[in-house]
Ligand binder design. Sequence first.
Ligand SMILES: Cc1cc2nc3c(=O)[nH]c(=O)nc-3n(C[C@H](O)[C@H](O)[C@H](O)COP(=O)(O)OP(=O)(O)OC[C@H]3O[C@@H](n4cnc5c(N)ncnc54)[C@H](O)[C@@H]3O)c2cc1C
Ligand code: SF4
Length: 349
Amino acid sequence: MTKPILIVGGGPAGLAAAHSLGTVGQSSILVEKEDKLGGAPILSGYAKLVPTGEWARDAIGGMVRRVEGDSNVQVITGARVAKFDGTPGSFTAELSNGDSLDVEAAILCSGFTHFDSVNKPEWGFGTFEDVVTTTQVEQMISSGNGVRCPSDGRAPKRVAILLCVGSRDRQIGREWCSKICCTVSSNLAMEIREELPDCHVYIYYMDIRTFGLYETKYYWRSQEEFKVKYIKARIAEVTSDGEKLIVKGEDTLVKRPITIPFDMVVHAIGMDPNVDNPDIAATFGIDLEEHGFVSSANKYGAMGATSRAGVYVAGAATGPETIDDSIAQGHAAAMAVLSGLHQPVEKSA
Ligand SMILES: Cc1cc2nc3c(=O)[nH]c(=O)nc-3n(C[C@H](O)[C@H](O)[C@H](O)COP(=O)(O)OP(=O)(O)OC[C@H]3O[C@@H](n4cnc5c(N)ncnc54)[C@H](O)[C@@H]3O)c2cc1C
Ligand code: SF4
């Protein structure tokens, strides 16, 4: 191959794809719309990652530095692809900054958008200052300032974490499990207990999906070692009595209404399709699946294939994914590009 590969998005998936290509001497051009690389873990200031416990700034920051130091990778930040024409082996991409790139193929690593909790108004976000999201708690921890109530800076004595906010919720059109938020929430609960041993942390859940090997390390450990309490419940609303936040709902195990005061309520927000996906689909001439994520055309035969030959996809652009799976998909898509595995797409009936 002589022309570079276009990679859209500099999160874990895009960084992995660029690194993979670079290791075999294949040049790539990584186009990122924000002013720095790293994707959600860096841009949203995640703290310690699941499942390694490494700080995001070290783990993903290391991936950023590796790509930035790779002479095979040209990084363009603050830009998007405005136009994309051609055929496999001979595409032209026009960028929003006026650049025009001749590329062999493209890998879309454009990720997801965090669910905006204002779309779940009955759970108090946007109304009460001390109703926050998991990303805000991640930022409190990663900034070194500790977990504090935004309204007055006090250390909370009672924290409720509400799971499945913006996921598994037909009423707001989100019929998917975001995969990682149960585990992330168990992890955050332990971090809160570690920092504030007097703080009681409750997790309100429909089901717990600390999938695979995460069950022992997060679900059981958080209860047995850190005394985090799990309550199976349907939450109706989050209100305030003027002093405390009040979580109201039904304990679905004992089938009794619950009304419980808290200092802080945390929404475990889910992973929405990237808000840019309609534009990305139109620009690249690819299909989205029914929920709005990028459609994978061939799950088994050609890793990362989309509905357009020569355009590949990896990571959370395809649906909720963990970081390690996004990285694996980035490597796999790079391999698919290199080996020319892409087959003409046969759409299933
Ligand atoms: C609160 C929370 C905590 C999480 N914690 C963990 C954890 O501890 N461990 C774990 O495994 N997973 C975690 N995840 C999941 C993790 O965020 C994703 O797995 C990961 O970010 C996916 O990487 P990605 O590269 O596919 O996408 P992203 O991280 O979303 O990166 C996509 C990149 O593409 C860029 N981009 C988007 N659109 C365009 C465009 N049109 N043009 C150019 N660039 C564009 C974005 O700016 C971004 O830099 C968490 C998720 C949430 C919601
Ligand atoms: S991972 Fe857990 S919190 Fe996240 S959507 Fe799935 S069940 Fe809900």
